[in-house]
Design a protein around this ligand. Structure first.
Ligand code: ADP
Length: 653
């Protein structure tokens, strides 16, 4: 099937042909046969790099009205935005939280790209444009099964389908065990395929060689042949990376922690990887780009490695540094990225060889195997179309676990996607939102709205009545819902909690903290007060508090007790609260002008961690201001602290 056979305007055909898309890949042709160009609902469960974006574009471009593209990550949203924006005559809007078109303008675009949380938030804030949608594309729909975010995705999709019942749904999934369940839920045709544009072979390393699933065994150079068992996982990983780079390829190495990613990058650089890579001017230019993005000590270390063609990538790294690494790797100006597993779920960074050094992760109390789906997503990054004859994914093991790795990840099937909607916290949040937006006005109404979820489609008699009854009672107790005739309605507070997009528990904590702060001596109410208030909520990320820092934090809390809304003896989770105060302390210093460097060194957090906390604090302080207005509390420190956070972030100290 050819692009010029499709019902597309000539300018689109030209656009695709000039991008090298002339003949459809088999899964794309299957999606056309399934009706993607005729408004049909389609679920495509196909591997990475098999051309999902083009399937999405077919839905969006042939739809008779505006389209929405929902994706899980901001970095991905940005990538798709740029791709769609290049389509001739198509106006594209974006809503991700950090890079947004004005909300009022979203209605004027042909295509809006947004994260699922932003779509949910738009619905809660009454965005009328969702009712006009002709096509909704959901990327990475298998994330339905993710704790926390999964329920948001399924409730949002259920609501979208209620609001825009005629909209076409195009859902794109990784290869999972039960795509037919997703298709049944969305009344969609299923396109399932394991076709890839570049062959992928997967293997397990042990004792100086890799056994691949195409029945070949390849010896690995540079491992002490007399004592291969002692080489260790890092030694083997370094050798596997060197080997791929020496053959002119690029490699991704996945390890379990940030520290390990940095260590491996250092190790590869010192190993003289650059000679193998033949790195010249380009790597030096990447190092400069990293430095230009703004100096932090971590950024400098990244730049030093990048100058030798090696980078590390993890959530502790600032997002602009991560973006430089991703782009440079795609442009083949870096040879290796050493990453934590988060990179696998993210943006498009194909490599010739993927090496998964660690297949287990710490849970806090022990270790557990990574999900098969996650490891397959890492492996799926191997093989760059038009550049590599084939992709190679290698799981690093030893004689003891080689069989386990083989059975689990090479032969094993990825997990099935299961709904997480029964989670009480998720149901509380979404029940409040359904009532506050007027979608439901009674318990029966909430159950009816939840009837459109993946959970309901998978459960023969969705027995949500009891738990929804319980969360309604809790929300009434929290003064966010109130009886209304024979039904229920949101109170002003509940409506505000829903619009501000905070969890009900966050709303409750903010209200209690605001009341305490209002009763405090005004001289004691400082930026720290405002920050402790918002940091001690479940919507703020935790900040790890090491054993050695504990005593100092304890001292700090004693010294600043008068400024805090929670007393030392008033909390039933003292450790958790101490961590919140640590976050608040960091942010208070930031507001007072501390640099990223000082905070990173003083509190052992990554620049990326600081960045995400500053951003969350801005959002939560805005929410706290809205709550304060509802309960009639005046606390100017909320606004002044929020204003000081923002410019501070913009200057990238
Ligand atoms: P994914 O399935 O991972 O989202 P993409 O949609 O990003 O994959 O496609 C991967 C690459 O393949 C892109 O560079 C894209 O331009 C290219 N591509 C997609 N479809 C075709 C095609 N039919 N012919 C040639 N190249 C294609």
């Amino acid at each position: 099937m050819r692009v010029d056979d499709l019902p597309l305007a000539p300018e689109y055909v030209n656009h695709f042909e000039s991008a090298g898309i002339e003949e459809l890949y088999p899964p794309q042709a299957a999606a056309v046969d399934a009706g993607v160009c005729e408004g049909g609902n389609v679920v495509a469960a196909i591997p990475t790099a098999s051309g999902k974006t083009f399937i999405a574009e077919l839905g969006l471009l042939t739809a008779d009205g505006p389209g929405l593209y929902i994706c899980p990550l901001r970095a991905l949203a940005r990538e798709k935005y740029e791709e769609f924006d290049a389509l001739p005559g198509v106006s594209v809007g974006i809503s991700t939280g950090d890079y947004d078109s004005p909300a009022a303008e979203l209605a004027d675009h042909d295509v809006v790209v947004a994260t699922s949380e932003k779509v949910d938030s738009a619905i809660r804030n009454g965005a009328a444009w969702v009712a006009d949608l002709a096509c909704v594309v959901v990327d990475e729909v298998h994330l339905l099964g993710a704790e926390g975010r999964g329920p948001t995705l399924e409730v949002t999709l259920a609501t979208l389908r209620r609001r825009a019942p005629d909209a076409q749904i195009v859902a794109l999934s990784a290869t999972v065990d039960n795509p037919e369940h997703i298709a049944a839920w969305l009344d969609a045709e299923l396109v399932e395929s394991d076709w890839r544009p570049v062959d992928l072979r997967t293997g397990v390393y042990a004792d100086a060689s890799v056994a691949f699933d195409d029945d070949t065994t390849v010896a690995v150079e540079g491992i002490d042949a007399d004592d291969p068992a002692n080489a260790g996982d890092t030694e083997a990983t370094a050798a596997l990376v060197r080997d791929a780079v020496a053959a002119g390829g690029q490699a991704l190495a996945f390890v379990r922690s940030r520290r390990e990613a940095e260590r491996l990058a250092d190790r590869l650089r010192e190993d003289g990887l650059a000679e193998a890579a033949g790195i010249g001017m380009d790597a030096a230019a990447v190092a400069e780009e990293v430095r230009d993005a703004g100096g932090t000590e971590m950024g400098e270390r990244l730049a030093e490695n990048a100058a030798w063609g090696v980078a590390f990538h993890h959530a502790g790294l600032r997002s602009d540094h991560r973006a430089v690494v991703e782009r440079a790797f795609r442009e083949r100006r870096l040879s290796v990225i050493c990453a934590t597993p988060t990179l696998a779920a993210g943006v498009n960074v194909p490599a010739r060889r993927v090496v998964v050094r660690d297949q287990q992760r710490y849970t806090g109390t022990g270790t557990e195997w990574l999900p098969v789906l996650e490891v397959h997503q890492m492996c799926g990054r191997a093989g760059r179309p038009h550049l590599d004859p084939y992709g190679e994914a290698v799981l690093v093991g030893d004689a003891d676990d080689r069989d386990e790795l083989w059975t689990r990840y090479v032969e094993g099937e990825p997990e099935a996607v299961e709904s997480q909607l029964r989670d009480r916290g998720a149901l509380r949040t979404h029940t409040l939102a359904l009532v506050a937006t007027g979608i439901a006005g009674s318990q029966a109404g909430v159950l009816d709205a939840l009837g459109g979820t993946f959970y309901a489609s998978r459960t023969p008699n969705p027995d949500l009545g009891g738990v929804v009854g319980d969360v309604i009672a809790e929300l009434i107790d929290m003064e966010m819902l109130a009886p209304d005739g024979s039904g229920i309605a949101a109170t002003e507070l509940g409506a505000q909690v829903s619009r501000q997009y905070v969890k009900p528990e966050t709303g409750r904590k903010l209200v209690a903290g605001l009341r305490t702060a209002a009763a405090m001596d005004p001289d004691d109410v400082t930026a720290l007060t405002a920050l402790e208030l918002v940091c001690n909520t479940p919507d703020m990320h935790d900040t790890y508090l090491g054993e050695r820092e504990r005593a100092a934090m304890y001292q700090y809390v004693r010294g600043h007790g008068a400024e805090l809304t929670t007393g030392m003896n008033e909390t039933d989770d003292f450790e958790g609260w101490l961590e919140s105060v640590k976050t608040a302390r960091i942010l208070a210093e930031w507001v007072e002008g501390a640099t990223t460097e000082e905070l990173v060194a003083g509190y052992r957090i990554g620049p990326g961690d600081l960045e995400s906390r500053v951003e969350r604090a801005e959002w939560l302080l805005g929410a706290a201001e809205a709550m304060a207005a509802v309960i009639g509390v005046e606390l100017p420190v909320l606004g002044s602290t929020r204003e000081k956070l923002a410019p501070a972030a913009a200057e990238q100290r």
